[in-house]
Design a protein around this ligand. Structure first.
Ligand SMILES: [Zn+2]
Length: 191
């Protein structure tokens, strides 16, 4: 590789981060909506020394509340006191962290909708002279999003253009660039 080639190859990094809590998908029994929104509210119920903890979510259509089980009949001494305080304080960050737990989602038979609840942080580098841009994409937390959408936002082109670049081989990766993913990956764009 000549110096000139090195100079025309640029490395950059994107960060996918949450801007809010994702929507929770479940059919409402009272209205036609299938989306609930959590606001970081918890309910803690104590029965002697055993605690139940739920994360509450409201139907976006009618406001009906559902409870997602966080802890079930757990001895109070088995819970870290600072975590217990965060449940009582209705800690939004804790709610976000719990919603990132696939086990909790599975146990409650819900899936998440991250549309509009994430953003992309990109460094301000001048890429106009670069012939090849190597980008590593990091997820601040587990945010499954469609990769064509992510690339279209990041590259500021349409999703159809992303698909064309992949088909042409101009946009390449060792990672599959279709479907949803929440794992760190990198790709190269040749211009
Ligand atoms: Zn409803």
């Amino acid at each position: 590789m000549t110096n000139n080639e090195i100079a025309r190859r640029l490395a950059t990094q994107w960060l996918v981060y949450p801007t809010g809590l994702p929507l929770i998908r479940r059919r409402c029994l009272s209205c036609t909506s299938a989306q609930y929104r959590a606001h970081g509210k918890f309910r803690v119920n104590a029965n002697r020394k055993l605690l139940d903890v739920w994360l509450l979510a409201l139907c976006v259509g009618c406001g009906e509340t559902i409870k997602l089980t966080v802890l079930e009949r757990v001895h109070v001494r088995a819970i870290d006191p600072s975590t217990l305080n965060r449940f009582h304080d209705n800690d939004v960050e804790l709610a976000a962290k719990l919603l990132g737990d696939p086990g909790l989602l599975r146990r409650n038979s819900v899936t998440l909708d991250w549309d509009g609840a994430w953003a992309l942080q990109k460094p301000t580098v001048d890429v106009s002279e670069a012939e090849v841009i190597d980008t590593s994409v990091r997820f601040a937390q587990r945010i499954p999003i469609r990769l064509t959408t992510l690339l279209s936002v990041g590259l500021d082109v349409s999703r159809a253009e992303v698909q064309r670049l992949v088909a042409d081989g101009a946009l390449s990766s060792t990672h599959r660039l279709t479907g949803k993913s929440s794992g760190d990956f990198s790709f190269s764009l040749r211009r």
